[in-house]
Design a binder for this molecule. Sequence first.
Ligand code: UD1
Length: 345
Amino acid sequence: MLVTGGAGFIGSHTCVELLDHGYELIVVDDYSNSTPQVLARVERIAGRFVGAVYELDIRDRRALSAVFDRHSVDAVVHFAAHKAVGESTRMPIEYYDTNVGGTTALLRTMHDHGVHQLVFSSSCSIYGDAGHGPLDEATPARPTSPYAASKWVCEQILADVCHRCPEYTVLCLRYFNPAGAHPSGLLGEDPRGAPDNLMPYVAQVAVGRRPRLPVFGDDYPTPDGTAIRDYLHVMDTVEAHRVALDHLADGPGMRVYNLGVGKGSSVLDVVAAFSEACGRPIPYEVAPRRPGDATELVADATAVARAWGWHPTRNLADMCRDAWRFQQLNPSGYAGSARRPNTKD
Ligand code: UD1
């Protein structure tokens, strides 16, 4: 199994889950928003070696092709991408190049090597500001940022490839808001620079790395005025990927599923839950709305439950508890911990 972006937040937790279930992994990552230390942690938790690890940019077809030449790849789980919505509005070409160009480079390489099975990491952001209530997979796509548009373009490319080439099987998983950390406290979310996402920002405030959380807008039409999201524990997210791999061969073509809990939490709900988890109040101040943010994004996740019997089992309190454990044990993230060497050519 090839995992692209395997050192990232969801990728690294997926590696643990797959190693725990007996998979042999080949990981590629360019460490642009992660570090090689992560994979040493993955191996420590799993008690097994990853297999092979290559530092490469997913757009580098020659390097990617060499990995496929060297290893027998049966399927690919593709996480490698840029993922900051705000940054994508300032650097749209970078986002299209890496997220769309990276996906087509991967597809080209898979095609050249006769590999036709892919799990693609998509996003609820493709729904845009779709309004109130749970969103199912038939909700029309209305991406409002280059990040979201890049994911939607990839989905359309993959759908067309599956339509024209019956040998392909693709599962697109549209994540709502993955958060939390591995329960060991060894693995979590450690973005470079100031976190874009809510949960790692709150965790860094709790541990004293940042003075207070900016709450982006308290004038949304929601009960407490702050925006609502569907937070999904990263361990539930990665279990869904493992179940997806069990069902990859169920049939040809492309299938699309939302991954969420189906329950909305406001920014202030997250602040309250995290305060409870860490035993101290999280200082915050209300700031202007963040451009491009939707009022409410909550999943209708019944399709995946019907198809595979998969349900998330963890709640917001579990996410905060685990994110807090990781942040407490790693106040400066992965900095300074042991590295895992790359596989040599
Ligand atoms: C976004 C994408 C999601 C993507 C994820 C990856 C949308 C709608 N969703 O999630 O698909 O996978 O990024 O990065 O584009 N907030 C604060 N203060 C902060 C940070 C965030 O108040 O310092 C608020 C945001 O305004 C938002 C909520 O917290 O209302 C969640 O934000 P965030 O964690 O960044 O996730 P999304 O923007 O929902």
